[in-house]
Design a protein around this ligand. Sequence first.
Ligand code: 4AD
Length: 479
Amino acid sequence: STFIASGVALKKFPLTKCIKDIYRSPPCANSPISLKGWVSGTRISKNVAFVDMVDGTTYEDVKCVVRPPYLLPNAVKVGTSIKIDNGLWVEGRGKQKYEVQVTENSSIGVIGEVEELFPLLKKQHTEKFLRTIPQYRWRKPEEAAILRFRSNVETALVNFFDQHSFTKTHPPIMTSSDCEGAGELFTVEAASNASLDKCFFGKEAYLTVSTQLHLEVLCAALNRVWTLTPCFRAEESDTNRHLSEFWMLEAEMAFTSRVDQLTDFSELMIKSVISKLFSDFYGMGSNLLKTASKEQGASMLKRWEMLLGQEKWASITYTDAIKILRTAYENDDSVFQYEPKWGDSLKSEHEKWIAGEYFKNPVFVTDYPVEEKAFYMKINEGGNTPAPTVACYDLLVPDIGELIGGSLREEEYGKLCTEIERRKLNLEPLKWYLAQRKNGTFPHGGFGMGFERLLQYLSCKDNIKDVIAFPRTVNNCLC
Ligand code: 4AD
């Protein structure tokens, strides 16, 4: 009964053994077993009752065979929480590797009965309907799989950054500056205390749109930093790829002076996550594949293979992207709603077409016009584009469009001030950020990746709302 983890010996492991633990190291055949979980299916016949049990720790269930069937309490339905004591863990028959036998020597009891949940868990429902019952939705095993997947992908990223000597940092969510300068801020207000002047102790404060500015400060101390943080955008884009609250993975690297260092690193990061999808049977890929329909499973596998298959993803400049888009538009102007023009932002339809139709794979688009991007990006010297461009990139992927946005950062104090003035931005809230550029400044760069967009892309889900437990979107803060 001694549990040893990481060299620390505990007399007794404090939690009940869960189904994942059991399948990871199955007990010897014919040994006694106790389980707690929820019923995912029942079949009762004259001589025997079958109960499928899940506990949320894995996509796998445990098949319980109750003989005689009257041992099964009447209240047991799909969704009921139950406990089994002194069941017998035996080798199963056919496809079933193991089963738990519940006999007169065992007990099977109800922990929590089910009232209205039963029909919800049994039937097939659309994701749109499931979003209206956030308190129950995730109890469906096929829905829970995406949340485990989310956790697995995060773990793969934690390991990836750790292996590459990054420090995970925790920048603030409340901030006084608009990092992107796009004015898409939610304001922080005190709800009740009038003496706080309703705002943040008399000062203006916002929910962060990106933690980049704080991350740049930490980069000067820790060299390679990253974070996975909630970000908030007050955009009214009600699309299948926008959330008002989303998690952004941001990384910042000291002494980087070329955009291709950043694009290569981004590619390595995503490919290393995908290689894990194939490697770990109990986590990662299998979590989704085992609960997905045949078609969904096939499209996910195809996508993962395609992402790993190409040795190096394409990289083109914004100027070349516009040329490619214009050629398509000039051949057939019904291909896009908006005419692609140098100097305009790439619309979502352009991004999806370039990645999905033209390259049929992820593609980096670099060197956008200055006016399309934020003040902190390094302006490219020379070049024969119609107007100056910045040393930046977006990673565009099929079906979704932009997955990553990144750049080299301007490290010279004077140049940053000139750009802030030229854009008529408010200098005051950025003074703290600018000051560091007078003290040991250094070339650096980084990027931000929408975590839900990555999950949406890898899971082939149509809607970003279905890869986050409680989506906040335009007009929707349901619970
Ligand atoms: O391109 P964005 O706006 O870049 C930044 O905020 C930089 N400061 C990041 C950095 O360099 N540290 O956003 C980065 C990514 C986008 O590529 C997209 O994947 C995601 O964040 N994103 C959203 N995801 C879901 N819902 C939204 N409303 C999003 N807005 C951006």
